[in-house]
Design a binder for this molecule. Sequence first.
Ligand code: ADP
Length: 609
Amino acid sequence: MSAPHGGAPGRSHHDEEVLGKAYDARLMRRIGRYVLPHRRLVAGSLALLLLVSAVQLAQPYLIKLAIDGPIASKDPSGLLWIVAAFAALLALEFSLRFLQIYALEKTGQRVVHDLRVEVYDHLQKLSSSFFDRNPVGRLVTRVTTDVETLAEVFSSGVVTLLGDGLKLLGIVAILFWMDVRLATLTVTVLPLLGAVAFLFRIRIRDAFREVRARVARINAYLHETLSGMAVAQLFQRERANDAEFEEINRSHRDADLRSVVYDSIFSSIIELVGTLAVAMIVWYGGGRVLAGAVTFGTLVAFLEYAQKFFGPIKELGGYYSVMQSAMASSERIFALLDTRPEIASPASPRPLPAPASGRTGAVEFKGVRFAYPGGPPVLQGLTFRIRPGEKVAVVGSTGAGKSTIVRLLTRLYDVQSGSIVLDGADVRELELRELRRRVGVVLQDHVLFSGTLAGNIGLGDPSIGRDRIEAAARAVRADRFIQALPQGYDAEVRERGLNFSMGQRQLLSFARALAFDPPVLVLDEATASVDSATEMEIQAALRRLMAGRTSLVIAHRLSTIQESDRILVLHHGVVREEGTHQELLAREGIYRMLHRLQFQQTAAPAGAA
Ligand code: ADP
């Protein structure tokens, strides 16, 4: 890889730029496993391909028969028979070709389907740290383009290559059978073809690789800039973006033109060599016809076969690059499939006591240490305990690690040392589904999915019926705005829930948490301010949401803080202060300072208490 890499967006090094062998036995064996279930189709397609080739190869021979037979002996009825046979062969070729292509594409599409489902299913099992390392754009490429490229191994790779190879052998055999001397002369151009192919192979390959690398760059750039479009527009970065995109596109165009140059020189030379072969056949074969050594029909058939011979050879370069990208794609797909989830359920999970209000939902952090991969320590021996039903607020400056606590408790990440205990069991001993059922989460960014409102509350969980969904929405008073919508609970949620306001999205995610009725609730309070009427609604909804369950709230609102049983002040990765609002205010500590900074202006009377 010689492409320069600058620091500009979209110019970083991508897996997409790496290309290796056109054939890798290890990868082919593994691809083979996906083909195995469809082996009948593949075998059928191959058999059909052989039939198609046979039918094609019979055609020039029929011409020879016509010329040497009925035409030479001036027998119109005999000619009619041969023409009829020729027409029949064409019809047969048409139907066989159709069946063959259909069977082949069907195999390819089935493999695409199976593989795509498998890759997606696997992606869903991978841990948050995996998604931290792998940008979404690249993963989308795995599930779409890479899977399709891999399937091309069938449609225009192995099967066609095999078919064409056999066809070439068949032609050579027929030529030698018809006339050894003329055949020998015809195949003398083969070494010349070999030399040309060898000379151009590497150049064409490199040119194609460059083109693909630049397409990957275009995709990466588009993904990054389109998803950040609003920011680009607000900060008027459009012109700079245009210039960068223009540059990336120019390099793509130039690479494409280079590949076109090599490709067209290559096919012209092949064409030239083919014409040369035809000229030699006419020259030498013509002499032999005049000398009476071969028939005129044989000469014509030779010319026809020579034409059929050079067609597939021109395509060889194409196969090579198809196979090469298929190998590279499969390498990337298999690497993804081989990535083991860092966080998974244990082989024999520990059962938890049945949820019971006031008795289950105890959470304990014991000397938890944690750092994100490659990052500085975030939690450094964090220890605290929450009793069943207790309401605890966590406060701390931005970046103190508050959200990290939520991610660790729900096992989006695992602690590096220490332990997190839920109702007596280390979270790592629990079944992941069980753990995440018990610990309900309301995140700060209220993620909604496209679908209906009801679907966004129940999230397709079969155990959550419509009545439970509606009860949850009623409890957090989300039903008022839902019922005002023409379609009510069946109202459509567009991508990311953009057709709902911040406050509505908050209420919806409360309803979602409530519908799952978890014994423990973890809530990252939204920092975005809403109008005071909505604020009151949200407060009331929160109260109902937390009633009767253990709750751990990353608090940004003074009211939440004042209503909690206890407040933990997180500082430098440990709990530095702990107590009720009043107790902590009475101390000259971090809480008092944080409180003054955060609330004094907005809530001066309460803060002065
Ligand atoms: P808080 O919620 O208190 O604002 P966080 O728990 O979100 O803080 O983050 C704590 C620290 O961990 C911050 O320094 C942040 O930059 C870092 N951090 C958070 N998420 C990630 C991540 N996915 N990868 C790497 N570092 C992260």
